[in-house]
Design a protein around this ligand. Structure first.
Ligand code: BT5
Length: 278
């Protein structure tokens, strides 16, 4: 089965033909389309690709031909993307996933919250004794080190419908020396526990959690996100027209913005791109 931009290596002897694939190879694919009466509850296609530039780039480029509720996993990424043009270091052994949502019923920011919560739950399942938390705008952290990040992108279909590619990277088996290349304080399941985790199992757990959160209503997603955000009531730094301003994070509002209490000024809304590292 050929996929654009992936290296020619089969891990399964007879993978099924995957609609919309033109070039490259899938190393694993699963078709199991099912929906709850309300929404998506299982992936329509579970695809693992090797050596692609970025699972989000792949999902964006092939958006029209991929089925709704597909999930693309990359074994590694040669040009993993972070937000605002930043890079995501993507060696083998970790999760790089992009979920194709063609009919997500809520504002895209809720898909970002949902995938972030799914990543958090996945890390908590893998290592229940560790204290994983959400750091705005959409990082998963443990011991103040970044273990995961979320990149949601909007994609219009050729029919003019607005869809979403919800991407997440989770560091599972990266070593300390791998993580040095991230250029930030990063952690992985392995560096936190000293153990490796079977990556195929971790992918399945994430996919199950993701579709469970994608089918949740927006009030529940927002309250879960607020409940798991370690920064509520704490100092954050935001960009105000390019200038860094500090304030106390009050809450997250239903439009997805963060309400920040700025000394001497009062409460003001900020959006994900405004958040700076503290
Ligand atoms: C993010 O961006 O945190 C979003 C990361 C999304 C990655 C997934 S992987 C699957 C899908 N396909 C893609 O191509 N992307 C998505 P941002 O908040 O901008 O953080 C980027 C910053 O995190 C970088 O500038 C580094 O400082 C740091 N970083 C890079 N790689 C990292 C890693 N593996 N672990 C922890 N931190 C990392």
């Amino acid at each position: 089965m050929r996929f654009p931009g992936s290296s020619p290596r089969f891990l399964r002897r007879q993978p099924a033909r995957f609609p919309g694939a033109k070039d490259g190879f899938a190393i694993f694919s699963f078709n199991g389309y099912r929906r709850s009466p309300v929404n998506i509850c299982l992936p329509s296609q579970f695809i693992v690709l090797e050596n692609i530039a970025s699972s989000n780039a792949y999902a964006m480029e092939n958006f029209d031909t991929l089925a709704d509720a597909s999930v693309i996993f990359a074994e590694n990424q040669t040009a993993g993307r972070g937000r605002l043009g930043r890079k995501w270091h993507s060696p083998k052994g970790n999760i790089y996933a992009s979920f194709v949502l063609k009919k997500y019923p809520f504002m895209p920011v809720y898909a970002a919250f949902a995938i972030c919560l799914a990543g958090l739950k996945t890390m908590k399942t893998l290592a229940p004794s560790l204290d994983f938390q959400i750091k705005l705008p959409n990082d998963i952290i443990c011991e103040n080190r970044k273990t995961g990040g979320v990149l949601c992108e909007i994609r219009k279909s050729s029919a003019g419908e607005t869809g979403i590619v919800a991407g997440i990277g989770l560091n599972i088996n990266s070593t300390e020396s791998d993580l040095l290349e991230t250029g930030c304080h990063a952690s992985s399941f392995f560096t936190l526990t000293g153990k490796e985790y079977p990556i195929a199992d971790a992918r399945t757990i994430l996919a199950q959690n993701a579709f469970a959160y994608f089918s949740r209503d927006e009030n529940k997603i927002l309250s879960d996100f607020i409940g798991n955000c370690k920064m509520i009531g704490r100092q954050v730094a935001v960009s105000d027209g390019g200038n860094a301003v500090k304030g106390i994070l009050d809450t997250i509002l239903s439009d997805g913005s963060a309400l920040v209490d700025i000394p001497g000024e009062g409460k003001r809304k900020f959006y994900s791109g405004d958040f700076l590292s503290v």
